[in-house]
Design a protein around this ligand. Structure first.
Ligand code: 5GP
Length: 206
């Protein structure tokens, strides 16, 4: 088991409706040591891939994206959400249905912050049906940029987002993939992932 899977087992709470609550370390209170380890893990998994921008969506992705932006030494952009994207700024706009809030959000980025030359690493806290990630991909494509990869902290493998993105050919790395979870027994099973040959500590030193 990796550090994030261990943390989920220790502090995650399964709610009815296939919701995993991780408010104690990711979605409300933030455990900076875990965030830092996630940033190193993404850097390790995407090594060799050229990245000149980190992109996430407000709010919970911002902390991971910030630490990752620090490691890559590149700008971090977060897409904003609103019910009506009616400001007059020139912006790229997409839509995403929110699994947790059960409503469609407009998702937007002002045009000066995304370019055709951008090689974008998208990161987010959760991947469920892939709505948020697809909206971010759409924004990158509207700007003419390239999606270098997608890094997700927790993928819910029972929902379609992960398989869709992999079928579409994106390089998707999820640190923990929940295969199944049961709120009555509070048990979680994770998908097996390949063992890494380079530790995050080695990466930090090297
Ligand atoms: P998707 O857009 O992939 O359907 O859902 C991803 C978004 O929904 C994430 O950004 C996250 O905010 C939220 N989300 C989906 N499932 C869960 C869950 O089980 N727990 C939490 N905390 N957030 C979730």
């Amino acid at each position: 088991m990796n550090f994030l899977e261990e943390k989920i087992l220790l502090d995650g709470v399964i709610k009815p409706g296939n919701i995993l609550k991780v408010d104690s370390f990711l979605n409300h209170q933030m455990d900076i040591d875990i965030m830092r380890q996630m940033a190193y893990e993404f850097k390790r998994r995407f090594r060799g891939i050229e990245v000149n921008k980190i992109l996430t969506i407000e709010a919970s992705g911002i902390a991971i994206a910030t630490l990752l932006g620090d490691l890559y030494d590149v700008p971090v952009v977060f897409a904003k959400k609103s019910e009506t994207a009616n400001s007059t700024d020139d912006k790229y706009v997409s839509q995403a249905y929110s699994f947790t809030h059960k409503k469609v959000n407009n998702v937007f980025i002002s045009k000066p912050y995304l370019h055709a030359t951008d090689k974008v690493l998208i990161v987010d806290d959760f991947l469920a049906d892939g709505q948020a990630t697809h909206a971010l991909i759409d924004l990158v494509h509207q700007a003419g940029g390239t999606v270098a990869g997608i890094g997700i902290a927790i993928e819910k493998g029972q929902q379609q987002g992960g398989s869709m993105l992999r079928e579409e050919g994106y390089r998707l790395e999820s640190i923990a993939i929940v295969e199944s979870m049961d709120w009555e027994t509070q048990t979680i099973r994770f998908r097996e992932q390949p063992k890494s040959e380079l530790t995050n500590t080695q990466l930090a030193l090297g």
